[in-house]
Design a protein around this ligand. Sequence first.
Ligand SMILES: [Zn+2]
Length: 375
Amino acid sequence: MKKVKKLHLKEPFNKIFRIMLVILGSLVALFIFYRYQIGKLEHLGYSEKASRNILFQFKKDYILSVGENKTLNAAFESVDYKEENLDHYSKIVYQNHKHLISNINRLISKGYSNQNISMILKHGSDEDVIAFSKREKVKYVEEFYSISYAKLKYYDRYVHYADETGEDEETVVLYVNLGMDEEDYKNATIVKEFSPSMLVNKHWMLDESFKPDDLIEIKLPYASEKGMKASKVAINAFIQMYQDAKKEGYGLVINSSYRSYQDQEEIVDTYRSLYGDSYVEKYVALPGYSEHQTGLAFDIGSTEKNVFAESKEYDWMLKNAYRYGFIHRFTKSQEEITGFRSEPWHYRYVGKKIAKYIQEHQITLEEYFAEFLDS
Ligand SMILES: [Zn+2]
């Protein structure tokens, strides 16, 4: 028989082993406790990284009292976190910006209120905020940036235009956003994408190569002569409108539609040689600045009367065109904002949703664009 050897630890070793066991047990307990705390913070919407820093900065109780807060989460994730700004972070509305916390720190140090900082962050990109936060504290933040579509990057232009014109903030923001603080035809924004809601005027232009995506010929009798072209989506809407109008005894016809950049150039040259520069300046859009180049604009006529504004079709259009996605584009009372004199015959396809809104609120495409489309 073999003798079973029993392992007998000597006393001191036995003691060390027990101590190690206690330490290990404590570590496990501590780890479980730590995981539990992290879990609690994560449950509130904090990331693991933020939760870890919250614990290490001993701010757990503070966070638990505040609850979910995206700006605080960003602060505890950031190397720019500053303890003295903790209360500010909790009250500033979060934006998904890369340099959010360093920008907030800078804006706090310039003396802006939490509400103003929230406004500043909301109205610009990360880059816009970086540039803005480098300047000394400015006035009128609330005045301009309580307007939903005001842009941080235009701050100087707003102030300049307000000083120059004495207009109220809403007008200032609208006009500057639309480029109307610039002279007509100067520094216009080049519009590249075709869309039924696109804006083209004396500040938003098309280049020589621009063509509508869906250009097709308009069949007779919808157009007054052969060979006219327009955007297919606008033609289809017109045909529907034409047929419904016809059923009610109204005769519509398209007198002019798509004009290329070169077509418009020829028109300008012709009018210039006939009537001179000042006439052209007043009444004719320069090439690139005419809505007709979008293929979405129609000059509409009546089959009954030569002067459209005197026809019953004119009244019918004012009441009904929006139901087909068309708006009366250049009205007398809106000349200042559209930049074009009144044209009773000029209709623009924008789609039903936008046309309905514009009809109901009696605004221009410019105003709709500034408020809802220009991001
Ligand atoms: Zn026209």
